[in-house]
Design a protein around this ligand. Structure first.
Ligand code: MRU
Length: 340
C-alpha cells in the first residue's frame, strides 16, 4: 500500500503505525499497530482515539492484513474483533460496514485497500467541509470553549470542532480558546492544548469545573464540541462532561454547537438512551497516568463510576455542524436525522 502520513497515523513499509496519544505532549512515540491484537490494545488504552480516527485505523489495518495474505475468513474474523473494540463511537462500525462490503468482493484485497484509502481521503474532505461551514458561525473577537480533543489527532484531516476553531482563527476571529482539561484522561489538557500551541492559536487551559464561572462572567461566546454518535432524534453522545457544558450553556444562553462528519450519524439509533456508553477502569478516576508517570490519590478501595461518554439531549443543541452544512434545531425536530 502507498505511504500515508496524518497527524497521528502512518502507513510505511506496508505496516500501520500510530502516534501514542497517551504519551503526548511530553513524548512523540510512533508505535507499531501491525496486528489486530496490537491495534485493539492501543484503542482500549486510548493511544488511538477520537471517533473518526478509530474507524480509519481499523480500516487501514484490515487492508494491510489483506495485502499480507490473510484469507477472507481470517479478515472477517479480524473485522468482527475490531468492530467491537469500542462501543460508543459509531464511525468505527460505519467504516467497517463499508470495509465488509469490500471484503465480499472476489478481488477483496484490492477492494479493501481502495476502500480504506477512500475513507481516509473522505475524512480529510469531511473535516474541511465542517471547518468551512462551522467557521462562518464564529463571530469576530470570539472566546470559544471546547472539550476533549477533536483536532488533527482525532481525524485524518484538520479535525471537527477543533477544525472549526482553527479555521476561525485563520480568519482572524478568535480572541481566545478555553480548553477544558477533560478529566479523567485529560484529552483537553494534554492533546488540545498541544495542538492549539503547535498551530499558534491563543488558548487558556482550565479545569472542567471552571466553565460555569467563565460563562457567568460573560467570557464564553460559544461552546464547540465533537460527537461520537448522533442519534436519529439529534441526541449526541460525546466525551463525559459534554452534557454539563450543554446545560451550563443553555442556562447562560450561550450557543452550543456540535461538529461532526455524517459518519457519526446513526439513523438506526432512535435516541440518546439507546447509545451504548463505554464504562472504563476505576484507576482512571482514582489517579492519573501518562508519560509523566502515574499517581494514585484515592483510597485503593474507593467505589468508582467512570463512564467515558455522556448524552446531550437535542433540546440543548443550537446547531449540528456537519460536512453537509449546518442543521438547525427546527430541522432536527422535523426529523432530518430520522431514517429515510
Ligand atoms: O475517548 P475519546 O478520547 O476517544 O473521546 C473522544 C471524543 O469524545 C471526541 O469528542 C469525539 O470522538 C470526536 S473526535 C473528532
Amino acid at each position: 500500500m502507498q505511504t500515508l502520513q496524518t497527524t497521528s497515523l502512518q502507513v510505511r513499509d506496508n505496516q500501520l503505525w500510530i502516534l501514542d496519544q497517551q504519551a503526548l505532549p511530553q513524548q512523540k512515540n510512533w508505535l507499531p499497530a501491525h496486528s489486530v491484537a496490537q491495534l485493539v490494545e492501543h484503542i482500549h488504552a486510548l493511544r488511538v482515539r477520537g471517533a473518526p480516527l478509530i474507524g480509519l485505523s481499523a480500516s487501514l489495518l484490515l487492508a494491510l492484513l489483506a495485502e499480507q495474505g490473510q484469507t477472507q475468513r481470517q479478515l472477517a474474523e479480524s473485522l468482527a474483533i475490531l468492530r467491537a473494540a469500542r462501543p460508543t463511537a459509531v464511525n468505527l462500525m460505519n467504516n467497517l460496514d463499508r470495509m465488509k462490503q469490500a471484503l465480499a468482493q472476489p478481488a477483496f484485497a484490492t477492494a479493501l485497500a481502495e476502500e480504506a484509502w477512500r475513507l481516509v481521503e473522505e475524512d480529510k474532505q469531511l473535516c474541511e467541509a465542517i471547518a468551512t461551514a462551522g467557521s462562518a458561525l464564529v463571530k469576530p473577537g470570539s472566546q470559544l470553549l471546547t472539550h476533549c480533543n477533536t483536532g488533527g489527532l482525532a481525524t485524518a484531516g484538520v479535525g471537527t470542532a477543533l477544525g472549526v476553531i482553527v479555521r476561525a482563527h485563520q480568519q482572524g476571529r478568535i480572541n481566545n480558546v478555553w480548553v477544558d482539561e477533560t478529566r479523567p484522561l485529560l484529552q483537553g489538557g494534554r492533546l488540545t492544548a498541544w495542538e492549539l500551541g503547535e498551530l499558534a492559536v491563543p488558548y487558556t487551559l482550565i479545569t472542567d469545573s471552571m466553565a460555569a464561572s467563565l460563562m457567568a462572567t460573560k467570557q464564553v461566546d460559544a461552546v464547540w464540541v465533537g460527537a461520537d454518535r448522533i442519534a436519529a432524534n439529534g441526541d449526541v453522545a460525546n466525551k463525559i462532561g459534554t452534557y454539563s457544558l450543554a446545560v451550563l450553556a443553555h442556562y447562560h444562553q450561550i450557543p452550543f454547537y456540535v461538529a461532526a462528519p455524517h459518519t457519526t450519524l446513526d439513523r438506526g439509533c432512535p435516541n440518546g438512551e439507546a447509545i451504548p456508553i463505554e464504562q472504563r477502569a476505576a484507576s482512571e478516576v482514582t489517579g492519573v497516568a501518562g508519560s509523566f508517570g502515574s499517581v494514585q490519590w484515592a483510597p485503593e478501595a474507593a467505589n468508582v463510576y467512570n463512564p467515558a461518554f455522556d448524552v446531550t439531549p437535542a433540546a440543548l443543541i443550537s446547531g449540528w455542524v456537519l460536512d453537509t452544512g449546518v442543521v438547525t434545531p427546527e430541522q432536527v425536530q422535523a426529523g432530518i436525522f430520522q431514517p429515510q
